[in-house]
Design a protein around this ligand. Structure first.
Ligand code: ADP
Ligand code: TRP
Length: 333
């Protein structure tokens, strides 16, 4: 039996943070033994925000080193850089012909970005879900491990896959499904600013690469309130978020301890934050040390990228040929 195929990617627009790690990368790591895995760096996607050449290059190198430092094994999984596989862009062009303005304009990520960068509402932003679908479909992925925020983009990829199969009357693409290790809900790691998700664009992220001093500072500054006034009262969002983060990095005993104090109105947020910061540091420090080590080894990084590009292209070329055949491209020479 062939292993099912899994694919996911992250844009190289900064450092990986706890949201990426617990929402996506941790799932990748747990899947690499039992699935045929492709994990890539979405450098073409990152062009929607117009990075400088220097930032683009350092971002790609950083994410590659971070993937490896987190424990993605290039011998087990195919790790590659999107722009090293030109077949993706070709499939993107074909898929664009059957993607409609109305449906692209309606996606929440497009609407959000258009609001965030009103002076740069480019066509790449509009067709972002089409490029993402090309990433997924070029390897005929069965599963896509991503965080909750990518749910709608993945739904679009499913729609484009079904549409293509229908138009050309052939089951070329499997319909990709979201995946969470252990079968739970897709994860949303909250930010420390009282609402919403942790994210690079949100500017509220704790990076894996972050120094302990800076982690302590960010956690101690996290938004709280003046404390509970009634026994067993419901937690407001900012407090719930701190507990969610603690659920992720601390032991169940620690969470139960602070939950008990909250319910008895005896909680001191300063104590909770101190412990939370130390637990985050215990989690990220070994990863940070490995990132530093790997970043120094350009030869190793180049070898991983080359090996990944070769493996990814092998798979992509096959799919693209099938796609071109059903579309009707015929050689005249
Ligand atoms: P960012 O949102 O910081 O720009 P990306 O968009 O590059 O990060 O996200 C890469 C991956 O990490 C995606 O699978 C996304 O769902 C996941 N991810 C990012 N932030 C979170 C979060 N706060 N909670 C859960 N998953 C997240
Ligand atoms: N859109 C994803 C994000 O911002 C990154 C991404 C691009 C991706 N292509 C993908 C994720 C394909 C999964 C599969 O997080």
């Amino acid at each position: 039996m062939n292993k099912p195929t899994v694919l996911s990617g992250i844009r190289p627009t900064g450092y990986l943070h706890l949201g990426n790690y617990f929402g996506a990368v941790q799932n990748f790591i747990r899947m690499q033994d039992d699935f045929n895995c492709f994990f890539f760096i979405a450098d073409i996607h990152s062009l929607t925000t117009h990075p400088t050449p220097e930032n683009l290059q350092s971002g790609v190198k950083q994410v590659l080193a971070e993937y490896l430092a987190c424990g993605i094994d290039p011998e087990k999984a195919t790790i590659f850089i999107q722009s090293d596989v030109p077949e993706i862009s070709e499939l993107y062009a074909f898929l664009n012909m059957n993607a409609y303005l109305g449906e692209l304009e309606r996606t929440t990520s497009f609407k959000d970005k258009a609001r965030q960068q009103p002076d740069n509402v480019n066509a790449g932003l509009l067709t972002y879900p089409v490029l993402m679908a090309a990433d997924i479909l070029i390897h005929k992925a069965d599963f896509v491990p991503v965080g909750k925020d990518q749910e709608q983009n993945l739904e679009m990829a499913r729609k484009f896959a079904k549409r293509f199969n229908r138009i050309y009357k052939k089951e070329i693409f499997p319909i990709p499904r979201p995946y969470t290790f252990g079968g739970g809900d897709m994860i949303k790691v909250p930010g420390l600013d009282g609402s919403g998700k942790m994210g690079k664009s949100e500017g509220n992220a704790i990076n894996l690469y972050e120094e302990p001093k800076s982690i302590r500072k960010k956690v101690m500054r996290a938004v709280t309130d003046s404390g509970p006034t009634e026994m067993n009262q419901q937690k407001p969002e900012a407090i719930e978020n701190l507990f969610t983060l603690m659920d992720i990095v601390s032991t169940p005993d620690t969470v139960a301890h602070f939950d008990g104090l909250y319910n008895k109105c005896e909680i001191r947020y300063g104590d909770l934050k101190k412990l939370l910061a130390e637990d985050i540091i215990a989690y990220t420090s070994p990863i940070r040390e490995r990132i530093i080590e790997i970043l120094e080894d350009d030869t190793y990084l180049a070898k991983v990228a080359k090996m990944g590009a070769e493996k990814a292209r092998e798979s992509a070329v096959k799919t693209l040929q099938e796609v071109k055949d059903v579309i009707g491209f015929r050689k005249l020479f």
